[in-house]
Design a binder for this molecule. Structure first.
Ligand code: IDC
Length: 309
């Protein structure tokens, strides 16, 4: 069977929708790694193949923390991290999946803090991956903090996007939004200029409910292309109880608008958001019983959307 990439090829943005070369809407569905520095072993071909064939995923997000422990700017081995991204992107190419290169800011709430490093990173990564049309670039995971307003994020984006465009003029670029990538309504009032740009919306279903869904609806109604490049169904700490009712309401919104969605996280960390059980050491070929509650829920949603069974 043709892979999702074989069927759709290079992507572009048409109106609010992510679309393929022929202009038909596509929906990227998949998982995000946890910090690449922490769980490098999950970037492996057999594991991604399980995600593709058994779960029905068509995309993997490669999350590289900038400032958490062992991050790119906080003592991490930069060459090793970049090699891991290149490895993940290569596996996705081989399997016909899409790959998202994520500059995962978090405690560094203002993306300007490491602006020069971000420029350098995206210049080199986009040069390295220039001829790989399955790659999307996510330029700042979750801007946050007092003063990190949409104009501030927009200023950062206006500096980084041209750097990527020099090498990958048509690649889809995902831009974070203020307040941990929740304030898509602010971006909708004042979007960036340029093509093939989408805006991040992140939710954790037990914390984020009607209020955030309403924001998403407003942004979409105003024509903003929204991409859910991170979410889970527990609370915003990545842990705590799962809220299945809120999760179902989010799935409804996702399906209503054909939004792309990427779940946090491909790891066996002992927390609710992890997809693999903490007592399972496998990095591929997981049995259902080796998945967490979140993992089993996600697999079900992905399989249904992929038309498996
Ligand atoms: C969390 C991880 C957790 C880790 C922490 C670091 O799940 O294991 O210790 O980061 O501070 C986000 C972030 C994402 C968070 C996640 C859960 O993008 O990095 O991961 N989350 O808190 N935004 C909302 C929730």
């Amino acid at each position: 069977m043709a892979t999702y990439f074989e069927r759709h090829g290079a992507l572009r943005v048409v109106g609010t929708r992510l679309s393929d070369a022929a202009g038909l809407p596509v929906q990227l569905r998949g998982v995000s790694t946890l910090g690449l520095a922490w769980y490098p072993e999950f970037v492996n071909e057999a594991g991604f193949k399980t995600l593709r064939d058994d779960w029905g995923a068509n995309t993997v997000r490669l999350a590289m923390y900038t400032c958490e422990e062992g991050g790119y700017m906080t003592g991490g081995d930069q060459a090793a991290l970049e090699a891991l991204i290149e490895k993940g992107v290569g596996i996705c190419a081989k399997l016909g999946m899409y790959a998202i290169v994520d500059w995962h800011i978090l405690s560094d709430g203002d993306p300007h803090i490491h602006m020069a490093a971000a420029e350098d990173f995206f210049r080199r990564m986009s040069a390295l991956l220039a001829d790989q049309p399955h790659v999307l670039y996510e330029i700042c995971n979750e801007p946050n903090g007092a003063g990190v307003t949409w104009p501030v994020v927009k200023d950062y984006a206006r500096r980084i996007i041209p750097v990527i465009r020099e090498n990958a003029p048509k690649a889809v670029i995902l831009c974070g939004t203020p307040n941990w990538s929740q304030d898509v309504d602010l971006a909708a009032k004042d979007p960036l200029d340029g093509e093939n740009l989408m805006y991040s919306l992140h939710f954790y279903a037990a914390t984020h409910k009607e209020g955030l869904r309403a924001k998403a609806e407003r942004a979409l109604a105003e024509g903003l292309p929204v991409f859910i490049d991170e979410f889970s169904i527990c609370d915003a700490s990545g842990d705590g109880v799962i809220d299945y009712e809120s999760a179902a309401a989010w799935v409804e919104l996702i399906q209503k608008h054909g939004l792309s969605y990427i779940a946090w996280s491909l790891s066996n960390r002992d927390e609710s958001a992890a997809l693999v059980r903490a007592d399972c050491a496998r990095t591929d070929g997981w049995a259902e019983s080796e998945l967490t509650e979140t993992g089993r829920w996600l697999r079900g949603v992905l399989r249904r959307d992929a038309g498996i069974e």
